[in-house]
Every structure is written in structure tokens, then in C-alpha cells.
Write a protein that binds this ligand. Structure first.
Ligand SMILES: *Cc1c(COP(=O)(O)O)cnc(C)c1O
Length: 411
């Protein structure tokens, strides 16, 4: 029965899979016409046996590639031991994971959740409580400053402060208590830090926004402004963190330590959703028994995999790979400016490439890359985001740049 079902899956063509999907799911994505069936390292294979270099890597959830042997081994072992307990009981994977991730990040405490959006929600709740209990803002009056062009997830509260109308429109009534300022504008931020503000929430680099890197000195300026106003600086490092930019955190490039780190994506090693909020005790301890939780947050399987992720990151090898491969990618893409590329922004192995929209759309570029064996996707309009797994090789990076050049040159 199982074998038969499996054989049946193999027999379906790309077109058949897409037809099935379109028929039976909500139309909340517009994927490229490729149906993947296998992945190893930086490479994936589709149902027709074609191979592609995965240059999106699960939006950085696959920083360590598909099926990293250490992560698979850890997951397999934990599957046989214990996968889930009720949070009503302790389990033996929790403490060791917490000890490791706090040592890696330098924060005193971690609160694990599942999806990135849940971790952002958790941070917002912590900030609001902290604002009242520690800062002394009137109950339920604390406001949080967010950035134009942000992306923090899809919950009703989070989209309430999205500036992307496609993400927001039609989903009101919206959650109040948020103020938005232009990203990268320190004067606007400082002016927004009124007495009732409890926190600033920002991405140190806006991934979904098109790998937008703020002006040099901005993050340090945000840190100073938060200190002066007595508000929490909360860095959403869900996409920018965990070695992608060549450092553990994107904030590290300016030597900035926020009060709260929000992690997700790569924390689950591409195997399962694991997210976390990290903060020191004076902030984290506003969360008390019963005031927050999650059935799956911090489960044994997640902790085992995320612990292995932490151990991989602790060697610094992935950060180093992001730096050297990123320099190579940056050089290659910079060479294409004027050849159909308007601008390219690179930080570590992470690039936002603005295609000249008079030449072709972002979607058309993604399709041309697909035809050349490279998986990438436009983010906003004509910006292509490139984020290959950090286990990619120099040859992979060269292949990506060559495919990019060739796609641009197509008549
Ligand atoms: C992906 C992402 C999120 C949301 O994570 P989900 O796991 O999709 O809920 C939040 N913030 C940033 C910066 C992200 O890139």
C-alpha cells in the first residue's frame, strides 16, 4: 500500500502536481513552476530529475543546507528517544539547549517558540509588560516603534504595523499601539520615542524588504537612542541572524547588542520550525507562569535540533563561509551593475539585486534563472533576493553569477 502510494507520487509530472496544488490549496503564494522532491546541501532535485542550486534556502531557514548530516543524525536519534512532552513536565533536552543558546548569544534567558511570527508576538508581549512593570508606563498604554518596509510575520497583530498593503489590506480591525518611522532615519526615530514608548522593533537588515541595509552607524544610533529614552531595542534576527551575514548576528557588524534577540528560521536547521526570544533576566522575568506558552514550543525534538544548530554555529565555520563566499558573490554581482542590474546590496552570503524593470520584471528574471538551474525569487517587484545555503561551494557561487549574467543577456 505504502510502496504503491509512493510509486504513484513519483509518477506525477510537474504539471500534474501543480494542478493538484492549485485545486486544493489556498492561493496565498505564487510559486515558480518547479516541484521539488529531494535536497542535499545546496542542491535540490525536482520530480523530473532536474537539479537546481537552491539560492533562496527557505528564506535563510536552510542556512546549513538541505539534510545537514549532523542535524539529521541528531534528529533521528531524538525521534527514537522522545519527541514531545506536555510543558506540564520537564524534559532532558531543554536545559542543555538553553544553556548552549544563552552561552552562544550572551543573553541570560531564552524562551523558545515555533514559528518566527510567534517569537515576534512573544517579544511584543514581553515589551508591553516590561513597559508597564519596569518602565512604569500606564497599563496597556505602551507603544512600540516599528519601521517602514518591515516584515515580521503574518499574525493579525504583526500585519497591523506592516506597511505592505498586500499583506495588510482587508484584515482589520488592526491591533493598536504601534508607531511607524522610516527605516534608516535616526532623527525620525528619536522624535518618535515619546514617554509612552516601550520598545523599538526592527530588522537589522530588511530581508523581505529586498535585503535593505541601513546606513552605516544606524544600528549603533538606534542603540544609543533606545538607551537615552529608556526603551527596549528588539532586533528581529529571524532572517539576518545565525551566520547569514558573516557574523552570528547582523547587529554584530556594528558591535551592537540589542536588549532582545528574536530568532527563528535557521534555528530549526531547516528540519522543523524553532524560534526563540532571548533577553536578560530583568526583561525576561516579566513573563510569569500561565502568562505565555505554546504546546510545541521547546519540545524535545526542536531542542535537540536547535542545540545542534547552536553547536554548529559555535565553531564559527558557517560565519566564515558566509564571509568568503559572500565576498565572491558581491564581486560577481557588482560586475553586473549596468548590465541590466541597477544596484546590488550584499552582506555576507545574502544579496538583494535590483533588476532594471525596463529590461524585465523580477518574476521574469526568476523564471530565466529557473531555466538555468538556479532557484531564486523576486521579493518586491524587481528585486531578486539571493541567499544560498552557507554550505555552498565557490563553484556554486560562480555558477550562480554566471547564470545571472546569462539570464540578463537573454534577448
Ligand atoms: C520569516 C520572518 C518572520 C516570520 O517567520 P515565520 O516563521 O514565517 O512566522 C519574521 N521576521 C523576519 C525578519 C522574517 O524574515
Amino acid at each position: 500500500m505504502t510502496t504503491h502510494a509512493l510509486a504513484d507520487e513519483r509518477a506525477r509530472s510537474t504539471a500534474e502536481h501543480i494542478a493538484l496544488t492549485e485545486t486544493f490549496t489556498a492561493h496565498n503564494y505564487h510559486p515558480l513552476p518547479v516541484v521539488l522532491a529531494h535536497g542535499e546541501g545546496a542542491w535540490v532535485t525536482d520530480v523530473e530529475g532536474r537539479r537546481y542550486l537552491d539560492c533562496l534556502a527557505g528564506y535563510s531557514a536552510l542556512n546549513f543546507g538541505h539534510g545537514h548530516p549532523r542535524l539529521l543524525a541528531r534528529a533521528h536519534a531524538q525521534l527514537d528517544a522522545l519527541t514531545l512532552t506536555s510543558r506540564a513536565f520537564h524534559h532532558d533536552r531543554f536545559g542543555p539547549f538553553l544553556e548552549a543558546i544563552t552561552a552562544l548569544t550572551g543573553k541570560e534567558a531564552a524562551l523558545p517558540m515555533n514559528s518566527g511570527a510567534e517569537a515576534v508576538e512573544t517579544a511584543l508581549k514581553i515589551a508591553r509588560r516590561w513597559g508597564h512593570e519596569v518602565k512604569g508606563v500606564a497599563p496597556d498604554r505602551g507603544r512600540i516603534v516599528t519601521m517602514g518596509g518591515n516584515f515580521h510575520g503574518r499574525t493579525t497583530t504583526i500585519i497591523s504595523f506592516s506597511t505592505d498593503e498586500v499583506a495588510r489590506s482587508g484584515f482589520g480591525p488592526y491591533t493598536s499601539g504601534f508607531v511607524t518611522v522610516p527605516y534608516g532615519d535616526l532623527d525620525a526615530l528619536t522624535a518618535a520615542l515619546t514617554d509612552d514608548v516601550v520598545a523599538v522593533l526592527l530588522e537589522p537588515i530588511q530581508g523581505e524588504g529586498g535585503v535593505v541595509i541601513p546606513p552605516a552607524g544606524y544600528l549603533a544610533g538606534v542603540r544609543a537612542a533606545c538607551d537615552a529614552a529608556g526603551v527596549l531595542m528588539m532586533a528581529d534576527e529571524i532572517q539576518s541572524g545565525l551566520a547569514r551575514t558573516g557574523e552570528l548576528f547582523a547587529c554584530d557588524h556594528e558591535g551592537v547588542v540589542p536588549d532582545v534577540y528574536i530568532l527563528g528560521k535557521a534555528l530549526g536547521g531547516g528540519l522543523l520550525p524553532v524560534s526563540a526570544v532571548l533577553a536578560d533576566r530583568d526583561v525576561m522575568d516579566v513573563i510569569t507562569p500561565g502568562s505565555h506558552g505554546s504546546t510545541f514550543g521547546g519540545n524535545p525534538l526542536s531542542c535537540a535540533v536547535a542545540h545542534e544548530v547552536v553547536d554548529i554555529l559555535a565553531t564559527g565555520e558557517m560565519q566564515e563561509r558566509a564571509r568568503t563566499l559572500g565576498a565572491r558573490l558581491d564581486a560577481g554581482l557588482t560586475g553586473l551593475v549596468g548590465e541590466g542590474v541597477l544596484a546590488s546590496r550584499c552582506r555576507g552570503l545574502w544579496a538583494g539585486v535590483d533588476i532594471d524593470p525596463r529590461r524585465l520584471s523580477g518574476r521574469a528574471m526568476s523564471e530565466r534563472l529557473l531555466a538555468r538551474g538556479v532557484l531564486a525569487k523576486e521579493t518586491h517587484g524587481s528585486t531578486i533576493r539571493l541567499a544560498p545555503p552557507l554550505v555552498a561551494t565557490e563553484d556554486d557561487v560562480d555558477l550562480l553569477v554566471a547564470a545571472f549574467a546569462d539570464a540578463l543577456a537573454e534577448a
